[in-house]
Design a protein around this ligand. Structure first.
Ligand SMILES: CC(C)(COP(=O)(O)OP(=O)(O)OC[C@H]1O[C@@H](n2cnc3c(N)ncnc32)[C@H](O)[C@@H]1OP(=O)(O)O)[C@@H](O)C(=O)NCCC(=O)NCCS
Length: 216
């Protein structure tokens, strides 16, 4: 199955999901890659990682971009070149997880995380979150909520892209209910406090989380 889902997160932000059912050759034959991307693809050890990388390029092509429009800064954060004569910056965030690749494209700064639900995320929760936010929940609900919180922290990290940010000590989620599909969080780092709006949902046995800077 190619493009699985487009989620309209706001007027100017869309999330695109690719469920990878194609084999490597099929994906490879469909995308055009620049030399540096070909070299990166060849250096990847697992075919699953390679397919995730190629599926991101399929999603770019679906949006009239290509691998040639995507570049990375020194920390690995992806950026898109503006299209045509547009002077407006377009922001992108990328995530892969097992059989899925996901991108969020926005006019505003955006961070995306896509995670498979797994027991390990709950097991290591004390390392990255306020575990009081997990009380009075069933085991399955705890796994889902902990995965959202992990995604909140990853997605805020992806917006900020700053060395030294600790998930446990610098990023704080307000308590939320999974059913709300939205939350707020703040980053307190380097004597500065910044707020973020969060949107999340489940897709099959995965969770996506998108963070936006709170511009209010
Ligand atoms: C960089 C990081 C956010 C990637 O997340 P991940 O869950 O490993 O992987 P994902 O599939 O969700 O995301 C990978 C994508 O993130 C993007 N990315 C990588 N570095 C990035 C950065 N510094 N800023 C923003 N985006 C980044 C890339 O697009 C990458 O995919 P691509 O290289 O194929 O294009 C993560 O590895 C990281 O360093 N997290 C912060 C460190 C930390 O504090 N961790 C644990 C604390 S308890």
């Amino acid at each position: 199955m190619p493009l699985l889902k487009v989620v309209y997160l706001s007027n100017n932000t869309k999330l695109y999901l690719w469920k990878i059912t194609e084999d490597f050759d099929m994906l490879f034959s469909q995308v055009k890659l620049k030399d540096s991307s070909l070299a990166r693809l060849e250096s990847m050890k697992s075919e699953s990682h390679q397919k995730g990388f190629l599926a991101v390029r399929m999603l770019l092509q679906h949006n009239d971009y290509s691998d040639f429009d995507l570049f990375y800064d020194e920390f690995g954060k992806p950026h898109l070149k503006p299209q045509g004569c547009s002077i407006k910056d377009v922001e992108i965030s990328i995530s892969h997880s097992n059989d899925f690749s996901a991108i969020a494209i926005s006019d505003s700064k955006v961070g995306l995380d896509f995670e498979r639900l797994k027991e390990k995320t709950l097991r290591i929760a004390p390392r990255y979150m306020d575990v009081s936010h997990l009380k009075n929940l069933s085991e399955q609900e705890k796994i889902k909520k902990a995965t959202v919180v992990w995604g909140i922290k990853e997605s805020i990290f992806k917006i900020k892209n700053e060395e030294g940010i600790s998930f446990l000590n610098h990023i704080f989620e307000e308590d939320f209910s999974f059913e709300d599909k939205k939350a707020t969080a703040k980053l307190i780092f380097n004597n500065k406090e910044e707020k973020f709006q969060i949107q999340f949902d489940s897709v099959e046995d995965y969770i996506f989380v998108c963070a936006f800077e709170d511009v209010k």
